[in-house]
Design a protein around this ligand. Structure first.
Ligand code: CEZ
Length: 788
């Protein structure tokens, strides 16, 4: 049913029914499109704020891609109807809206294109969607082939949804000279000053074809008639209307008549997307109209620029396929698009920069500097990072969260490990509002000092209206509530800063921040240990929460992971934590972020508790939090536990598990439904939302944890932490321009990890003097049993 292609270049689904939401996504810096196996599509483009060009016949949320996106018959999509003019039989590709069960079906998610193959009644229709490197534009290659042994006489109707563009002004018509259906609108506005902005908007959606259609239709109502989308009345006529459409729901439909001898095929090319005016359509058709193949290769090379630094061969072929083909791609998407928003949340922006350190370090460097230039001279970081001059902080970035400073050293250390670019710390940069400059060293010192100061009389960090957990908005909104997690994260951030300071000889600073971290850990152990796990925090009215006496939200994963990372949890507490997490939070689909999920409002915790039990932060397997736990387990050498949880973040080979999750392992979603012990029926379902901070941490868990191939100033430290059941693993590690082949094997009699280079044992398991362009072969011997 689903399987990767032998060479890993694509993943294929061969039936449109069992996993209806199964989808793939393509992007460039101007647009993102997620399309599912049945032909439905969700697409946004930037101008510079997120905008649409194919709308639902209803008003939609444009602010962020919703988890568990729901589709419906009239949902935006890209479809091709095929009518056999001899027997009148109608089917549509890829599957919607006619939903005839195809004789053969294939939905293939490639790294640079999406392909749907639908075969019905001896006719094969192949739809291929690609993008360009820069423009918000869909490039469609559509092939119809006669597989039968007789001549076929068919009509072909590409139907691209346009929908309800604007309540102010919307219309559609066909432009013969441009061979395009052009739907025009005006983005609604009220304030006069807004006109200056919207007059530059791409308020037209066009469908260009390389072959002039016989007829066309722009009105959705006229197209459907009473037949509805599964049997549109317009298709039952000999010809589409070729009439314009004036302030009605829009559609872009073309009609072709094709006569195919046996085994003969016909190819069509279409471009679909937003433009400001007709000149732009001419420009795009000149730029791309005749070079679809070249554009596909150029876009493939754009995607391949994000291949990352790891190629693996392990006993786990499913993991190999994901890591070698899809992981770096999802990290690259985050760093290249900033999740399609112009004011990314500061913590998201810094964690995406962390991931980009492995993909395009130069972009990561700029992201860190861009964020630091918006730091207040008090040391506090803003809730969001503005990516262009007129950008504004919106929605969640207008709600004060206390954790943003944490992510500076926690994410920067990955960039420094990967690049060795410690000069970044000497950069002199301004604070928000410009004026006096300071070095990055001083900027981050100030951020650590701000975190240390922002505590109550008990020594715990204030939470205001949220920390990493966005919807935890009522724990501290009265100004007293504190976050146990944030106190742990502040301590861990200071530990990371201590390491960076020591690496560069700032030993005095290192001593200061070590003492501060120790003071935080003392407060954590004095106030938050509940006997078997750590509490999540203390509310405005002094109530400990995330503790054994709580009926709901009894244990929070983040408070455990970061207590391990900041060193507050000693070995005794560590065993209790791991046992508690396994017993109360672990499910077949991963580790949930809290349990039991809240089923009623707690107005001393907030919006989190009102979320549906088992989704997003309210007790789902929120993969971002799970990735923190995996990272913590590797940090304390719990390799087998870490690997078990890491592996659950991807569907296993087991069919029931794949169907339950409902997605291909071509990206990691932000969550899988949780509340496994409360609502087993829905547990495991994927959110299908590929925007997630998880992916940068998953990458780091593989590099710093599982394969232990982490950069240092001097070179590459080699300390694999393979799961016990792996006897061997081979890794190609691309590092600072060099290619390092590492062959890791378990061997009898080996007591500790031994690393050999050119036959000689490597002191300290550190490969130094690495030169760009060079190849290195390293072999590693591991004991047959893990120390864990
Ligand atoms: O957004 C994410 C944020 O982008 O939620 C994470 C947070 O750390 C990320 O920075 C955990 O709270 O507002 C909401 O209720 C949403 O649930 C957001 O919190 C959430 C979106 O679901 C995207 O995942």
């Amino acid at each position: 049913m689903i399987h990767p292609s032998d060479d890993g270049s694509y993943y294929e689904l061969t039936d449109p029914v069992s996993m209806p939401k199964c989808s793939g996504f393509l992007w460039n810096e101007a647009m993102v499109i997620q399309a599912n196996c049945r032909g439905y599509a969700v697409a946004n483009f930037m101008q510079p704020e997120p905008a649409k060009y194919s709308y639902a016949p209803t008003v939609e949320a444009k602010i962020f891609v919703l988890p568990e996106h729901s589709y419906y018959l009239h949902h935006p999509g890209r479809f091709v109807y095929v009518k056999d003019e001899d027997d009148g039989v109608l089917f549509s590709a890829p599957y919607e809206p006619v939903r005839r069960k195809p004789e053969r079906f294939s939905f293939q998610v490639w790294k640079h294109k999406l392909v749907w193959i639908t075969e019905y009644n001896g006719i094969e229709l192949v739809m291929t969607l690609g993008l360009s490197r820069h423009d918000p534009l869909e490039l469609w290659h559509i092939k119809i082939k006669n597989l039968s042994n007789r001549k076929r006489n068919v009509s072909v109707y590409p139907y691209f949804t346009v929908g309800f563009m604007s309540w102010m002004n919307q219309s559609g018509d066909f432009n013969k000279k441009l061979n395009s259906i052009i739907c025009s609108s005006v983005t609604p506005y009220q304030k006069a000053e807004e006109y200056e902005k919207i007059k530059h908007f791409k308020d037209k959606t066009f469908l260009w074809a390389d072959i002039p259609p016989l007829a066309w239709e722009t009105s959705l109502e006229r197209f459907e008639g009473d037949g509805g989308l599964s049997s549109p009345s317009a298709i039952m006529q000999n010809s589409l209307s070729c009439e314009d459409c004036q302030y009605e729901k829009l559609a872009a439909v073309m009609q072709y008549h094709v006569e195919l001898e046996s085994k003969e095929e016909q190819i069509f090319h279409f471009m679909f997307g937003p433009v400001k005016d007709n000149e732009e359509i001419m420009l795009l058709s000149n730029r791309y109209g005749q070079n679809f193949k070249a554009v596909e290769e150029d876009y493939l090379s754009y995607i391949q620029e994000g291949n990352g630094v790891l190629q693996i061969s392990t006993p786990d072929k499913g993991l190999d396929n994901f890591v070698n083909n899809w992981l770096a791609r999802q990290v690259y998407y985050h760093g290249a698009t900033n999740r399609m928003c112009t004011d990314p949340q500061t913590r998201n922006y810094l964690q995406d920069a962390m991931g980009m350190s492995y993909i395009k370090p130069k972009i990561a460097r700029n992201m860190f500097l861009t964020a630091l230039c918006q730091q207040n001279d008090t040391g506090q970081m803003p809730d969001g990072i503005l990516l262009y001059a007129e950008a504004e902080l919106k929605y969640i970035n207008q709600v004060p969260h206390s954790d943003h400073c944490v992510w500076l050293p926690v994410c920067l250390i990955s960039y420094l490990d990967e690049t060795g670019d410690f000069d970044l710390l000497e950069e002199q940069i301004p604070f928000a509002g410009g004026g006096q400059e300071a070095s990055v060293w001083q900027h981050i010192d100030l951020a650590m000092d701000w975190l240390f100061k922002d505590r109550d009389e008990r020594g715990l960090n204030y939470i205001r209206q949220g920390d990493w957990c966005d919807p935890m908005n009522m724990v501290g909104y009265k100004g007293k509530g504190v976050s146990g997690w944030l106190t742990m994260a502040s301590s861990y951030a200071m530990h990371c800063w201590v390491n960076i300071c020591n690496e560069r000889g700032r030993h005095n600073a290192a001593v200061i921040y070590k003492e501060k971290a120790d003071e935080l850990n003392a407060a954590i152990n004095r106030l938050l240990w509940d006997g078997n796990w750590y509490a999540r925090g203390i509310t405005d009215n002094g109530t400990l929460f995330g503790v054994s006496e709580d009926q709901e939200g009894r244990i929070y994963l983040n408070a455990q992971s970061w207590a391990i990372l900041c060193g507050a949890a000693d070995d005794h507490k560590l065993e209790k934590i791991i046992k508690s997490v396994e017993e109360q939070l672990e499910s077949p689909y991963g580790v949930e972020m809290l349990a039991p999920a809240y089923t009623a409002m707690r107005d001393d915790i907030g919006r989190l508790t009102q979320k549906h039990p088992g989704i997003t932060e309210n007790g789902s397997v929120y993969n971002h939090a799970t990735a923190f736990y995996i990272f913590a387990l590797y940090a304390v050498g719990k390799n087998d536990d870490a690997f078990r949880v890491l592996r659950k973040m991807l569907p296993s080979e087991n069919k029931e598990d794949i169907i339950r999750r409902g997605q291909m392992p071509v990206y990691i979603p932000n969550y899988y439904r949780g509340a496994y012990r409360q609502f087993k029926k829905t547990a495991g379902r994927s959110s299908h939302l590929f925007n997630t901070g998880t992916i940068s941490w998953y990458y780091r868990c593989l590099i710093d944890g599982l394969f232990g191939l982490c950069g240092t100033k001097a070179g590459l430290s080699i300390h694999p932490c393979l799961p016990l059941h792996w006897d061997r693993a081979c890794v190609i590690r691309y590092f600072r321009g060099a290619e390092i082949n590492i062959d890791i094997q378990r061997e009898d009699g080996v007591k500790e990890i031994v690393v050999f280079f050119e036959g000689k044992r490597l002191e300290g398991a550190l490969l130094t003097g690495i030169l760009p362009g060079k190849k290195y072969n390293v072999s590693v011997k591991l004991p047959v049993n893990n120390p864990s």
